[in-house]
Design a protein around this ligand. Structure first.
Ligand code: UT7
Length: 324
């Protein structure tokens, strides 16, 4: 028995923030951002709406595509590092908003969160415990960005993507998932404040500890090397070569990272489904958003071989191979 993706959905905020808009906030330029990252614009969630609102919208779209009611769900997994609040899990609010009544929990694996969530869902389905699992990748990074820090604020965006998975007897579905982490990368990327190491206080707010801090160059090097390794591991595990892959649905953090991965793996860049120019880095949401767009615009066709791959804070990274 295998786990198959039964439907996909996405939700992105209506508000577009262009590189030119950011030129008014920090010392940057459309040219620098586009050349160094491939990003032209990103979406920013409207005030008053939350992560679970965006996640619920993507979830409804995925359920509609799968032709399933929310009441049929056996579990909801939300991959996010920007939940509505530290407690309770964002997934529980999503459950209530979509009208489901199943177990619901969050996974925090940053940009690799969707692949981690998919791996957990795959396990739950293949034990026979659950028939229908909703996996959502969602981030509202705009609320944790330091809009005075050009090293980070130009890179990220908000969005949500979702899939519903269930068991299948056929050849199509998830062939394997590959998860990795290395805590030596903790200092490279994170939000220092608001946890037990640095509880919220007037001093922590003053020191801007509640915003994303990143050593971009450090992450970049690990991203190219480890996404390439994880991608190759997924192919080798299934006896496939780069020529067998139809689409690479990769985490969209930086176009130059993907060029590096293409170079190392010999997967041609033309096989990478790219939408970073529209959304920037939406962390755990980027793979399910790209997947949904690729499915809906007809790029991805039944029977094709898809490779998912990502790396993010932690460091956490992974890959998955899917026969669509
Ligand atoms: O989602 C997973 C986690 N995140 C990532 O995967 C991000 C990985 N890292 C990256 O994508 C890239 O390292 C960045 C896009 C963050 C930065 O690109 P870079 O080519 O590594 O640039 P850099 O950090 O080496 O900076 C080059 C120069 C610096 O100026 P000096 O020191 O050479 O004078 C920066 O201060 O560019 C400057 N710079 C900027 N200039 C204009 C940095 N950010 C900006 C900016 N606009 N927004």
């Amino acid at each position: 028995m295998r786990t198959r993706i039964l439907g996909t959905g996405k939700a992105v905020p209506a508000k577009v923030v262009t590189n030119h808009d950011l030129e008014k906030l920090v010392a940057t330029s459309d040219q620098w951002i586009a050349e160094r990252t491939g990003i032209r614009e990103r979406r920013v969630l409207e005030e008053g709406r939350t992560t679970s609102d965006l996640a619920a919208e993507a979830a409804r779209a995925a359920l509609a595509a799968a032709e399933l009611p929310a009441s049929s769900l056996d579990a909801i997994i939300v991959a996010t590092v920007t939940p509505d609040a530290p407690l309770p899990a964002c997934a529980v609010s999503v459950q209530q908003k979509i009208g489901a009544s199943c177990p619901a929990f969050d996974i925090a694996a940053a940009c690799a969160g969707f692949i981690y969530g998919l791996a957990v869902a795959d396990g739950l389905v293949r034990t026979g415990a659950y028939q229908r699992v909703l996996v959502i990748g969602v981030e509202v990074l705009s609320r944790v960005l330091d809009w005075t820090d050009r090293n980070t604020c130009v890179l990220f965006g908000d969005g949500a993507g979702a899939v519903v998975v269930g068991p299948t007897e056929g050849d199509r579905g998830l062939l394997s998932t590959h998860l990795y982490a290395d805590g030596a990368g903790v200092p490279l990327l994170g939000i220092p404040g608001g946890g037990t190491a640095c509880p919220a206080s007037p001093a922590s707010v003053e020191a801007r500890q509640h915003f994303v801090k990143m050593n971009g160059k450090g992450v970049f090097v690990h991203a190219v090397r480890n996404i390439a390794r994880a991608s190759t591991a997924a192919l080798e595990k299934n006896g496939k070569t780069p020529a067998d892959v139809d689409w690479v649905i990769a985490h969209q953090a930086n176009l130059r990272i993907l060029e590096g991965v293409a170079d190392k793996t010999k997967l041609p860049l033309a096989k990478f489904y790219l939408n970073i120019h529209k959304y920037g880095n939406t962390s755990s949401a980027s793979i399910p958003i790209a997947l949904d767009e690729a499915v809906r615009d007809g790029s991805v066709k039944p029977g094709q071989l898809l490779l998912f791959c990502a790396l993010g804070a932690g460091l956490s990274w992974g890959s998955a191979l899917v026969r669509w």
